[in-house]
Design a protein around this ligand. Structure first.
Ligand code: EPZ
Length: 444
């Protein structure tokens, strides 16, 4: 009761941004949320402790902590240390279930399905339902688990899966799915015999998960390519692993630097993970220079460049909204085609309210630039849409207020502190709880 009351207040947080300041200096990238989530789920696969470093302090991580804790796992989120170390011990998994209460707030909760069946022989996971950016079914997770020998039923909004021991199999994904690949990979590592997975997602987060699994004693080859081979083992052990940097957070900051026309060094990232973005920015006339672990961005876009979102290594759907903010400041017409999700243009109308010229035609957004942006009160609809509004506000004239900031807190660690550190005028209002509540320190 009290939790709901406080959460309602927390959800009233707003970001107030006064545009116009060039961003100058160095901004540091956190660990990748989308690599950390499957890594935490992978801890289910062993009775021994798994130590994960570079875990970002964001709300989805806290949701995953709750999810694992409800099953009986011990999870220590140690944000007091520089390395953001988390220790997860799944010795006792008394209740291999994921409740609707948690799954409805984070679809990535379905990542526990594969590891739970593999380790416990059964799992009961709530179906996630629709989402702001598209229908996002989980049929491919289910089909893949059935190929591995699980018996699956769907009742009362839950997926129930059981298998005495999963058996290795050949799985061909009908469509490329990131968490689907990760879920089935985690199931296959404890299956009896060999699995071959074809048409897999090639995202760096999949390769990072395979690295962790191999450290735990799994035998996985080919992760990061479209064919993954797994030799099943009977048990896995504990391991220590450092999560890769967040390529989407890095890309968001690079666009912030480009938009504000400063001189920004985005440090602690891996530019090899976002070459499609860097190439597109070059096409749009943005000047960047990169080393092995940083990107320096000097100056904004000079011309329009079209974008088509694709699976990795193509241009990521998770950068589409942020790129749209940039396109409003490029000279000419940019056509942005969203191929991955059917409803991922919710930010467009909010950008229009700030002065952008954007027309949506089905899966295409036609952005005419350059239009000056003026501050407005806007509403964030999902994680990356919120990032796009923050970016627009950084160059808009006047003071913008971005509502429903809880979306941004799901995936960006202390965004206002980081941006303020490089000269942005940004503050949070409406807080009833300390900022770091998004992911509380359980033990330092
Ligand atoms: C992952 O979601 C990311 N989430 C998303 O990041 C990202 O937008 C998405 O991949 C695409 O890159 C995590 O990694 C935790 P998909 P995921 O399964 O795995 C369809 C962010 O902002 N599909 O690769 O759920 C689906 O509807 C987020 O950080 C099926 O049809 O996405 C979509 O059209 C949001 N059946 C396409 O595949 C299935 O069973 C790709 O989705 C599964 C997916």
């Amino acid at each position: 009761m009290l939790g709901t009351y406080l959460r309602n207040y927390l959800d009233m947080d707003k970001l107030v941004i006064r545009g116009g300041n060039p961003l100058l200096g160095t901004i540091r990238v956190s660990g990748a949320k989308n690599a950390a989530l499957p890594a935490m789920a992978a801890a289910i696969l062993t009775e021994e402790p798994v130590i994960l470093e570079n875990i970002p302090q964001v709300r989805d991580i806290e949701t995953t902590r709750k999810l694992l804790a409800e099953m009986g796992a011990e999870v220590e989120l140690g944000y007091g240390r520089a390395q953001h170390r988390t220790t997860i011990c799944c010795r006792n998994l008394a209740s291999p279930e994921a409740s609707y209460e948690l799954v409805k707030t984070m679809r990535a909760s379905t990542l526990v399905l594969g590891p739970l069946v593999a380790r416990c022989g059964r799992a009961r996971v709530s179906l996630p339902g629709g989402c702001a950016i598209g229908a996002r079914p989980v049929d491919l997770h289910i089909k893949g688990l059935e190929r591995l020998g699980a018996v699956i039923t769907q009742e009362h909004g839950f997926i129930e899966a059981s298998a005495k021991r999963l058996r290795g199999a050949e799985i061909v994904f009908d469509k490329i799915t990131v968490t689907g690949t990760e879920d089935l990979l985690m199931a296959a590592v404890l299956a009896e015999g060999e699995s071959i997975m074809l048409n897999c997602a090639r995202e760096p987060e999949v390769a990072d998960l395979a690295d962790l699994l191999n450290k735990m004693g799994a035998q996985v080859e080919g992760a990061g390519t479209s064919t993954i081979r797994v030799k099943g083992v009977s048990r896995l052990h504990g391991a220590k692993h450092r999560i890769i940097p967040d390529r989407i957070e890095a890309g968001t900051f690079i666009i912030a630097g480009a938009l504000t026309g400063g001189d920004l060094n985005v440090a602690g990232c891996d530019p090899r993970h976002f070459m499609a973005l860097l190439q597109k920015l070059e096409e749009a006339g943005v000047k960047t220079a990169h080393s092995a672990d940083a990107v320096r961005v000097i100056g904004g876009p000079s011309r329009a460049a079209d974008v088509v979102t694709e699976e990795y290594p193509g241009f990521p759907t998770d950068m589409q909204a942020q790129y749209m903010a940039l396109a409003t400041q490029a000279n000419g017409t940019s056509i942005i085609t969203e191929n991955i999700f059917e409803n991922r243009f919710m930010h467009a109308q909010e950008l229009v309210r700030m002065g952008a010229s954007i027309k949506i035609e089905g899966r295409r957004a036609v952005v005419r630039g350059r239009t000056p942006l003026s501050a407005a009160a806007v509403l964030a609809s999902d994680l990356r849409a919120s990032a796009s509004l923050v970016l627009a506000a950084l160059v808009a004239e006047g003071e913008s207020i971005i509502d429903r900031v809880y979306h941004i807190d799901r995936g960006y660690e202390h965004i206002e502190e980081k941006l303020r550190g490089v000269g942005a005028q940004i503050r949070r209002i409406g807080e009833m709880l300390p900022k770091k509540v998004a992911a509380p320190v359980v033990r330092a």
